[in-house]
Design a protein around this ligand. Structure first.
Ligand code: BT5
Length: 328
């Protein structure tokens, strides 16, 4: 969709009623026939635009795709999501966002795809990304903080996703699973992958990649024991543009607060309250070792606090946490 068509779409969706061709001509500095051509273009993209002589144009239905014009009406924040680059399909929104951030794309821009052919998780794992149903997006950040603080962002993002899920789909009771998952009823509905480009005392940019299973009605067999979607848990179809906007609305103020703070201290009570692992016995798989213990909390730096059998508390900064069977 070209830029003028996207802006006309945005204007029509904000108006919620008929807008005369004359108003559109004036606001977009284009001729009547150009307005008509752009309306045709929107129709070709699947938007229903009613045209009535003497009254003008009215948008009667949206497509539900997470494009800028459909997300914008839900946005209440000023910076995040004001520019959304939408692709029907891309290999990985994180890969694309990293390359665009290297070229100078500013903080707050979001890269979204309807489908990914090479969606990625941590350590080269795959993120299953079918078309038309879910959210796959990457937000560009340029936090002026030392790179050592950047890993804290994953939990901050998880808190914002948790808040967005609660506000758009009340009653689903999601839980945060340290360090980067959101689960509903014990199954993963969302994963976060933060990647950065940095020098020791300076962070050039961070790309926050998020995949949320929204309206997916079938989970591939290999993931059935551990993945789910909002639709499968609630039977409700959720607006992808609204959910994306809600995340951005919740994340921008948390991010601004975090920039002013030294660490995650201000959000820890929230994270611990909704932590799947809190007070549970877990096994942590790291590259070279496996550690077991009882989770006593999350530290201000974002590490998992694990009480071992010897009574010592150790801080875990990375790894895969599994609930031990008897505490499931
Ligand atoms: C993650 O990794 O959970 C981070 C996922 C981030 C995906 C987003 S989508 C937009 C952006 N662009 C990208 O290319 N990536 C980001 P990890 O903790 O390593 O979990 C990966 C594991 O989750 C896989 O090995 C599977 O077991 C499981 N998995 C794969 N696809 C899934 C899905 N759609 N829903 C739930 N679980 C899935």
């Amino acid at each position: 969709m070209n830029d003028v068509a996207a802006r006309i779409l945005h204007r029509l969706s904000k108006a919620g009623d008929f807008l005369s061709g004359e108003v559109l001509c004036r606001e977009f500095c284009i001729t009547r026939s150009a307005v008509w051509k752009h309306i045709q273009l929107l129709r070709n993209e699947g938007y229903h635009v009613e045209a009535l002589t003497g009254r003008g144009y009215r948008l009667t239905s949206l497509t539900g795709r997470p494009v800028e014009a459909e997300v914008a009406p839900f946005l209440t924040v000023r910076r995040f999501g004001r520019s959304i680059l939408y692709h029907e399909v891309t290999a990985s929104t994180n890969m694309l966002a990293k390359s665009l951030a290297s070229d100078g794309l500013p903080e707050g821009c979001v890269v979204v795809a309807d489908a990914q052919t090479g969606g990625r998780g941590r350590m080269g794992r795959t993120w299953v990304s079918p078309s038309g149903v879910n959210l796959y997006f990457s937000l560009i950040l340029r936090p002026g903080v030392p790179s050592i603080r950047v890993p804290q962002l994953t939990l901050l993002v998880a808190a914002a996703i948790h808040q967005a899920l609660n506000s758009v789909v009340p009653g689903i009771a999601p839980l945060v699973k340290w360090p980067n998952d959101i689960l509903i009823n014990g199954r993963k509905v969302c994963g976060v992958l933060c990647e950065m480009q940095s020098e020791p005392d300076f962070t050039n940019f961070v790309v926050v990649g998020i995949g949320i299973n929204v309206n997916q009605s079938e989970i591939p067999p290999e993931l059935q024991d551990r993945a789910t979607s909002i639709f499968l848990e609630t039977g409700r179809l959720v607006s992808r543009p609204e959910l994306l906007a809600s995340f951005l609305n919740h994340f921008e103020p948390l991010y601004d607060a975090w920039l002013l703070e030294e660490d995650l201290g201000f959000i820890l009570p929230y994270l611990e309250r909704y932590s799947l692992l809190q007070s549970k016995q877990v096994t942590i798989d790291q590259l070279k070792r496996t550690i077991s213990g009882t989770v006593s909390g999350i530290a201000r730096g974002g590490e998992l606090m694990l009480d071992g059998a010897d009574g010592q508390t150790i801080l875990i900064s990375s790894g895969e946490a599994d609930l031990q069977k008897r505490t499931l």
